[in-house]
Design a binder for this molecule. Structure first.
Ligand code: F6R
Length: 593
């Protein structure tokens, strides 16, 4: 949540570079944005706006007319304080001594704000963030580095924080719980700081990771410090494999469709794992005294699918809980428990907190992540990368199917049948290749045209497809804004069927397995009450009002059944004139609790 981008280097258009870089982070927050440039005369000039940064073509002339080598910017997802220009970052002090941007939540801001106000500081926003600027200013006579450290000592909560001053030619930054990565182009002597790597891939693919409780100073070179010991730290430069193109839309109008389409390749990449790594984790699962999968949102639904997969394939009981609910189960965690955390971004605060708490109890942590440079990957004992490449649309698509594929591999490996699992998934990947074509999309668009104005829709599934019904509902809700709810098919008659009236769309995810007949019967019960039945299934049925054909994929059916729903959600968003990449009220990477 919230995108941060900073430039420090010899080029004299720092503001423009930040504007360009920040646009690539817009998916992290898009209600307002702002940039501060420090020019060669030592003036700091701020520009802020409500709205999306992608709508900005250029900066105000004051930010560009004088050469500037230092700039920082921020694209906001509001937490404290409404969406106004005053609340947009950067925030600065009365005489613009100190200017900062922040991602996270300063938990003790009310008390700090009161103290600072009593000392005479004047606040111009309702944000928690502005407190940091005044806190730093309190000790600015000791120099920015020292004042910054002293301010952080008082801060409770999570932050990725960057600051500049009028008087010093440097950028200082630190993190606790919110991502920040340093990009370095040695040849050009340029440095970047960003919330996510794709933002500076155009300039460099060499990065240095800032870990929690660490600070970085950019001036004549780059210096890292441990905030707990106040000692300098040596950092390695790591070369990133992602290329700029994979983080761009290419010929697609929206990232969401690009990422749905990429599932032809991403699934194959997810399966192509180091077998030893999969076997090592399977062994840990088999040896653990309780395995707990955690995740949030879509990653949570993937975790739920995992419980069914392990039951069927490995005859094992695996637990699932949402990251945000994990605290309730801490009392029985021990050093023999195993946690499998699933996350695309690796930065989701609820999941990270669950991991941190579990680690304190000695729980071994395996994470299944897409962003290998993420906090989650770095604090886990074992990391299984899903290798889906940058996922930028807020609605998760390609990461979802890759995460399911990894759980399938693990379940098969636990049963000593990894090769069988791989074979199934390779076949599934090739079926997806045949399925994902413009004709299929057009066919689903016809359905979207029929149902685009409905008030509500329901999705049912059983067994492996029950969590997928829940996931389908998230996908439809977040980009179409139509009320959608998922249910276990058998549960409908216990209450929700009362919601069905003439023409209510009900999507039935029906695999060609032991659940087929029952889910079909549930769909027929809905039809009898006037429901419009959309069957997502390998075979057509006379009770379907609309049939979306999917391949028969056996245990991989959750991967197969969610793809047409992703396409439907996308098409509904387009027809309802919503931006599918940036749904209202949401942001990619939920780094706040
Ligand atoms: C929905 C979606 C979210 C995320 C959730 C967890 O499409 O993307 O529900 O799944 O916020 O995010 P990660 O996977 O980054 O931990």
């Amino acid at each position: 949540m919230c995108g941060i981008f900073a430039y420090f280097g010899p080029k004299d258009n720092a503001g423009e570079l930040v504007l360009e870089g920040l646009k690539k982070l817009e998916y992290r927050g898009y209600d307002s944005w702002g940039i501060v440039c420090k020019n060669e005369d030592g003036e700091t000039i701020i520009e802020k706006h409500v709205g999306k940064i992608s709508d900005a073509n250029e900066l105000r002339p004051e930010l560009t007319e004088k050469p500037s080598h230092i700039a920082i910017g921020h694209s906001r997802w509001a937490t404290h304080g409404g969406v106004t220009e005053a609340n947009a970052h950067p925030h600065t002090t009365e005489n613009m001594d100190v200017t900062i941007v922040h991602n996270g939540i300063l938990e003790n801001y009310l008390e700090l704000r009161k103290e600072l106000q009593e000392k005479g500081h004047k606040f111009t926003s309702e944000t928690d963030t502005e407190v940091f600027a005044h806190l730093i200013e309190e000790n600015i006579d000791k120099g920015l580095e020292e004042a910054f450290k002293l301010a952080l000592e008082k801060a409770e909560g999570r932050y990725a924080l960057l600051a500049i001053t009028k008087d010093e030619n440097k950028i200082v930054a630190a993190r606790r719980g919110s991502p920040l990565i340093v990009g370095i182009n040695k040849e050009n002597k340029e440095y970047f700081i960003a919330s996510d790597i794709p933002a500076f891939l155009k300039h460099t693919n060499n990065v240095m990771y800032l870990d929690d409780e660490q600070m970085v100073v950019l001036n004549d070179g780059v210096k890292f410090f441990d905030l707990k010991t106040d000692q300098p730290i040596e950092k390695r430069i790591v070369e990133i494999e992602w290329d700029e193109q994979s983080a761009e839309k290419g010929n697609f109008e929206y990232f969401m469709l690009k990422e749905i389409t990429e599932q032809k390749e991403t699934l194959a990449r997810a399966i192509n794992q180091d077998d030893d790594l999969i076997r090592e984790v399977a062994q840990a699962i088999n040896g653990a005294f309780g395995t707990y999968i955690i995740g949030c949102g879509t990653a949570g639904k993937v975790g739920m699918v995992g419980t069914y997969l392990f039951s069927h394939i490995a005859k094992k009981h695996i637990n699932f809980m949402f990251g945000s609910e994990f605290g309730s189960f801490l009392p029985f965690m021990t050093d023999k428990s195993l946690m499998i955390a699933i996350s695309q971004s690796g930065e989701t605060a609820d999941t990270l907190e669950a991991i941190e708490e579990a680690k304190k109890k000695g729980v071994k942590i395996v994470s299944i992540v897409n962003v290998e440079s993420s906090t989650m990957a770095r604090i886990s004992d074992i990391v299984i990368p899903i290798k889906a490449g940058p996922e930028k649309a807020v609605a998760s698509t390609k990461a979802t199917t890759s995460q399911i594929a990894i759980l399938e591999l693990l379940a098969y490996a636990c049963a000593g049948k990894l090769d069988e699992g791989k074979k199934l998934l390779v076949e599934t990947a090739s079926q997806i290749n045949d399925m994902l074509n413009p004709r299929y999309e057009q066919y689903i668009r016809k359905l979207a045209e029929k149902i685009k104005d409905v008030e509500s829709m329901y999705i049912i599934g059983k067994d492996l497809n029950y969590p997928m019904a829940l996931e389908a509902a998230i996908k439809l809700q977040e980009v179409s804004y139509i009320h959608a709810e998922g249910f276990a098919g058998g549960e409908l008659k216990h209450g929700p069927i009362a919601l069905i009236s003439e023409g209510t769309p009900c999507i039935a995810l029906i695999a060609n397995d032991h659940t087929k007949q029952e889910t079909l019967s549930n769909a027929i019960e809905v039809k009898a009450r006037g429901g419009y039945i959309i069957g997502v299934s390998p075979q057509n049925n006379e009770n379907f009002d609309f049939w979306i054909k999917v391949p028969d994929a056996g245990m991989a059916s959750p991967i197969i059944s969610i793809i047409p729903i992703q396409i439907l959600a996308y098409q509904l968003a387009i027809l309802r004139e919503n931006n599918p990449d940036m749904p209202r009220n949401l942001a990619k990477s939920v780094t706040v609790k």
